[in-house]
Design a protein around this ligand. Structure first.
Ligand code: NAD
Ligand code: WQD
Length: 336
């Protein structure tokens, strides 16, 4: 069974590809490599001993999509392709709307024409905006606080409208919380370009001496130690959630499902856990709050368990251990 994976060389996609191949699916991947390296594709092939059919190109390119759907009998699509940096989306909103929304439209159009109507879409906890009540359930109010978040909210809307117009579609909108960690082999992981925006890759780069000090953004939040609390989920758990979504997709029209652990950890909790696992001291200093950050954000995961039979297995130490292995084996990411 062939699965088309858009953004297939990216961080979450590469881990999902590894699991798809292990479970016996065939993977067809498309990526324009704007935020990734073809080396991730090669490494997944190395881990699994199986080939990926890789198309270098843009998900907005309908001619290329036509070619892919003509050359391959695609069972379902997992749509990861998108730009994802919140700060960059505020600086370059048009680039984000153009990339993320046009990719959705082109993909949906070509899928319709080829009568491939099973889709798993990478949504995000960002669609909950500033949480009013925790934990967040799928019924919590939705809003966007930045252009990136707006593209995810609009993506959900586009795919929901598509289902409303044509009930043959089966669409699962997976709302990821904070994906971290790496494949247990240490061969694939997150490889941010430039200085990482996100906490865990930043910590890992401080630990290997690539960055001098972690700035902890705010220590006056309304949390147990004053630093921001988030729901970190191991990327291998997240990959598993995609497999479950594919297995159950025909049960649904369009459905939004949270993918987290339900546990909230603070920045300092993460620093301590990483220090414990790595044996390194993480140098940090407190800095002002980062604009747009919220005190706390974590998921109610009941729906994923009830509907998909998915429950996260990996804990905080597993996330830190696997990230540390990836970082020490590949201190400069895929460049090594
Ligand atoms: P990533 O940047 O590693 O992967 C995205 C991939 O899409 C990259 O390889 C990039 O080159 C590719 N891409 C971007 N635009 C493209 C286009 N127009 N055509 C073809 N390829 C394109 O990011 P990731 O963390 O693996 O995220 C995957 C998806 O999950 C994204 O849609 C992201 O918004 C979403 N998401 C990520 C997080 C997170 O914190 N990592 C959280 C929630 C949701
Ligand atoms: C986590 C915590 C920071 C860096 C982002 C996106 C979200 C989703 C996941 C895609 C916060 C603190 C961070 C640093 C720090 N992505 N921090 N120093 O902001 O929860 O979510 O990624 O959909 O949309 O907004 O993740 O890892 O950036 O931050 O103190 O150098 O770490 O303030 O409390 P965030 P993050």
């Amino acid at each position: 069974m062939k699965i088309l994976v858009t953004g297939g060389a990216g961080y979450i996609a590469s881990h999902t590809n590894a699991l798809l191949l292990e479970k016996g699916y065939e993977v067809v991947a498309i990526d324009n490599l704007s935020n990734s390296s073809p080396e991730s594709i090669r490494r997944v092939e190395e881990i699994t001993g199986k080939k990926i059919i890789f198309y270098k190109g843009d998900t907005r390119d309908k001619n290329l999509l036509e070619k892919i759907f003509s050359e391959n009998d695609i069972y379902a699509v997992i749509h990861f392709a998108g730009l994802k940096a919140v700060g960059e989306s505020c600086a370059k909103p048009l680039m984000y709307y153009e990339n993320n929304l046009m990719a959705n439209l082109a993909l949906a159009d070509v899928m319709s024409k080829h009568n491939v109507k099973r889709l798993v879409f990478s949504s995000s906890a960002t669609v909950y905006g500033v949480p009013k009540k925790l934990p967040l359930t799928e019924q919590s109010p939705l809003s966007a606080t930045n252009p990136y978040g707006a593209t995810k909210l609009m993506g959900e809307r586009i795919f929901s409208d598509l289902y409303n117009a044509d009930k043959q579609w089966h669409i699962i909108l997976l709302r990821y919380f904070n994906p971290v960690g790496a494949h247990p082999s240490g061969k694939i992981g997150e490889d941010p370009k430039g200085i990482p925006n996100n906490l865990m890759p930043f910590i890992a780069q401080v630990a290997v001496g690539r960055l001098p000090v972690l700035k902890v953004f705010g220590n006056d939040y309304n949390t147990h130690d004053g630093t921001g609390v988030r729901d970190y989920i191991h990327v291998m758990d997240l990959a598993e959630a995609h497999i479950k979504a594919l297995e159950k997709i025909d049960n649904y029209g369009v459905e939004a499902i949270n993918v987290g652990t339900g546990e909230g950890y603070s920045v300092l909790d993460m620093v301590k856990a990483f220090e414990k696992v790595s044996g390194k001291t993480i140098k940090y200093e407190f800095a002002p709050r980062r604009s747009g950050d919220v005190d706390a954000c974590y998921a109610n995961c009941d729906k994923a368990e009830k509907e998909l039979g998915f429950k996260a297995k990996y804990n905080l130490y597993d996330m830190c251990r696997d990230l540390w292995r990836w970082q020490t084996l590949n201190p400069n990411g895929y460049e090594d």
